[in-house]
Design a binder for this molecule. Structure first.
Ligand SMILES: O=C[C@H](O)COP(=O)(O)O
Ligand SMILES: CC(=O)C(=O)O
Length: 220
């Protein structure tokens, strides 16, 4: 069985420490948005398949901003896993754990990290061969305290988590210092209203603020 997530890609995401979660309505915003995030030091993004523009936005970014590691999120069906691969996504992620989507991602040979929240989710993901898991929704469920508790029985398996849901520059510091955490995900770097208003400098500022927190936080 092939690995669910390419280890060298996982290492690249861990080095950046942040996945910008994006809900994009206009394809034309894709390239300036990717450049704004890169200028702030964020080189990993997830285009959520929540809008019809997401796939064309992904194609524009992979063509014009190749330094950006562009994946897709909210992958809810096997067909979307196939579409992600065919459209050139670097990886695919989902809010929850659907074994059919994991199987499809493996068939397509695209790195996939499912979302988990409970011990049952984690055990199903482990059974499916996953080592990199998203924890969603992190903050409303109890934050880092909850992650540490739910992850404890599986510590010997070497799992790593990407918490997302309710994270921002004010609460990210404690997460990123924890050895369970590979990276953080969230929309705080590029909220929909800033994208809509084309406030690229502000998005760069937010990205920089967060990458500086990561750079100044000792990580194990
Ligand atoms: O829907 C959830 C987002 O993908 C991540 O959560 P957030 O908006 O709280 O950062
Ligand atoms: C929330 C999340 O991880 C996703 O939409 O893929």
């Amino acid at each position: 069985m092939s690995v669910a997530f390419d280890p060298s890609l996982a290492a690249k995401i861990e080095k950046c420490g942040i996945i910008a979660v994006l809900i994009i309505d206009r394809v034309d915003d894709a390239v300036p948005l990717a450049r704004a995030l890169l200028a702030g030091g964020v080189n990993v993004m997830e285009l959520t398949l929540r809008t019809p523009a997401a796939i064309d936005a992904l194609k524009a970014i992979t063509a014009e901003v190749p330094e950006m590691v562009a994946g897709v999120g909210t992958v809810l069906t096997p067909a979307q896993a196939k579409l992600a691969k065919e459209s050139g996504a670097a990886f695919a992620v989902a809010p929850g754990f659907n074994p059919r989507v994991l199987d499809a991602a493996r068939e397509q040979d695209i790195s996939f990290a499912p979302g988990v929240l409970t011990p049952t989710d984690i055990e199903l993901a482990v059974e499916g061969g996953c080592k990199l898991l998203k924890l969603f929704p992190a903050e409303p469920s109890g934050g880092l305290k909850y992650l540490k508790a739910v992850a404890a029985p599986y510590a010997h398996l070497g799992l790593k988590y990407i918490p997302l849901g309710g994270l921002n520059s004010a609460n990210m510091g404690s997460y990123i210092a924890d050895p369970l955490v590979a990276a953080l995900g969230g929309s705080w770097l590029a909220p929909k209203d800033l994208i809509k208003a084309g406030k690229w400098d502000e998005i760069t500022r937010l990205a920089k603020e967060s990458t500086e927190i990561i750079a100044s936080t000792p990580r194990s």
